[in-house]
Write a protein that binds this ligand. Structure first.
Ligand code: SF4
Length: 346
């Protein structure tokens, strides 16, 4: 485990995590909403540093990013632990990874562990030009993201951060010198949507973070996954397009992707092509000049990726060696004492 990069000690052994906008206040033994940060004796640690749940090589356009190094390839990588619980999540196993994080906390995990240098070496071997942090919210994994980005920069690779933008200004400020591209969701313009589908966050917090990323000099592109009956109203789509025009600029790329039934939204139909093109036409009407419609997969889904070890120059036993904490202070329970999510007062 490594110490959480942004934490504030409060009274009575409670420490606040400042990585994302949950700003979880945790007592000894408690884990944050994402399950990936734990308070041990007043100090927060990231359980998932270097733990890689999925990897894939593909074009940067698949992130989707179209206006940064077009035609180049990226190594996409993700870990367990997410600060959203989206009803239509396609990446449950590799993003929430609650069981995987429980195993890490108990020191029983055989999940793949990859050092920053090994990851960069894997990227260079694959002949890619960048590394993308994706599949779950990378802010939850900030400690690793920063170390990898530094190593990537030294190796001449760019970095992409695919995000829900429910992140703090402090996290963005730490990332800004090292992250080249942000691809952020704008899921809706209504708080009700975020509460119902994610189910956290508020629109203004998300939008402020996106704008902040651009102000910090990061190349920003946005994406909206249109879900029938949830965020497909023409007025809402117009509001999203207008917000992009007014806050990021008329040339800022907007990616419109198709929803496919999954998880709690399994009974919702896939987005009809007409809806996607209606959004496109609305965006063009309000003045956006770079609008892209994906009526195929169009999502950052990792269900069919090769196993992580396929990208590494190491034998399986080494990659999947048990990650056991050497400290004995937590007894047989490891650092798994209680979870935060169930009692979150929000
Ligand atoms: S959800 Fe995780 S990353 Fe976000 S504040 Fe809570 S512990 Fe930190």
């Amino acid at each position: 485990m490594v110490e959480t990069r942004l934490q504030t000690k409060l009274d009575n052994g409670i420490t606040r995590c400042d990585l994302c906008l949950w700003r979880c206040k945790l007592s000894h033994g408690q884990r944050g909403f994402c399950q990936a940060h734990v308070n041990r004796n007043g100090t927060l640690y990231n359980l998932s540093y270097g733990i890689v749940s999925s990897m894939e090589v593909g074009p940067i356009e698949d992130k989707p990013v179209k206006h940064y190094r077009p035609g180049s390839k990226v190594l996409s990588v993700g870990s367990y632990g997410c600060n959203f619980r989206c009803g239509g999540c396609h990446n449950l196993e590799i993003s929430w990874g609650t069981e995987a994080l429980d195993e890490l906390a108990r020191g029983e995990s055989k999940a793949a562990y990859v050092t920053p240098d090994e990851l960069v070496e894997a990227a260079l071997r694959q002949g890619v030009e960048g590394i993308a942090f994706t599949y779950s919210e990378p802010a939850v994994w900030l400690e690793y993201l920063l170390d990898v980005s530094e190593a990537a920069y030294r190796a001449g690779l760019y970095t992409v951060y695919v995000t829900n933008s429910f992140v703090t200004d402090e996290a963005l400020e730490l990332m800004a010198p090292q992250v080249d591209v942000v691809c952020s969701d704008i899921k809706s313009m209504r708080d009700e949507f975020y509460h119902q589908v994610c189910p956290v966050g508020s629109v203004s917090e998300v939008l402020d973070s996106i704008e902040k990323a651009q102000r910090l000099g990061i190349h920003v592109e946005t994406r909206t996954n249109i879900i029938p009956g949830y965020n497909d109203g023409p007025e809402e789509l117009r509001q999203i397009a207008e917000w992009i025009r007014d806050h990021l600029g008329a040339e800022s790329p907007w990616h419109i992707t198709r929803f496919f039934p999954a998880y709690k939204l399994s009974d919702v139909e896939a987005t009809p092509a007409e809806t996607l093109w209606q959004a496109h036409d609305i965006a063009c009407e309000v003045g956006l000049t770079n609008v892209y419609v994906y009526d195929d997969k169009g999502c950052d889904c990792a269900a069919e990726n090769l196993p992580v070890e396929a990208f590494l120059n190491a034998d399986d036993a080494q990659v999947h060696a048990v990650k056991k904490c050497s400290a004995s202070c937590c007894g047989d329970d490891g650092v798994l004492l209680k979870r935060y999510e169930e009692e979150l007062p929000r």
